[in-house]
Write a protein that binds this ligand. Sequence first.
Ligand code: GNR
Ligand code: NI
Length: 170
Amino acid sequence: MALLTILHYPDKRLRKIAKRVAVVDDRIHKLVADMAQTMYEAPGVGLAATQVDVHERVVVIDVSEEKNDLRVLINPEILASSDDQNTYEEGCLSVPGVYDEVDRPARVRVRALDLAGQPYEFDADGLLAVCVQHEIDHLNGKVFVQHLSTLKQTRLKARLRKEQRELERV
Ligand code: GNR
Ligand code: NI
């Protein structure tokens, strides 16, 4: 296993659209193991391959309290979304220190492939529903801050540029 480097917003590579996985082979198994280790170490409740500069449709999620319920989603798809929305204070390992409210469908039905390459489906609500949608956004080149107002995004970029300048001054 290996710890992977997580890209930070506004890195352009976070905007790439990930390609579907054609075969779930040993290379994908190793990627999943490395992504899980990176997620647990961060720590985070989810990680998309895009965040570690691998542009393939692979996601790991663990929203359990005990961190013993790893979910692997290969080529994940939202089959259906509820009409009712929930607001959640989101954060992202690619935007450290930034938390803000995002509205999304409260419940989703999801289809994905498991590590054996077999399709499975599940219904998600609560944090799991938030996380699945947040991770699929990453695979589509979208970071949660892109759900915020243009004004908030502009202010955030200005703040991050200022912080970067201050880091470079020492
Ligand atoms: O660790 C994470 N926590 C989180 C909290 C609220 C909504 C979404 C998330 S996902 C995030 C990990 C991450 O950046 N995944 O892409
Ligand atoms: Ni994220």
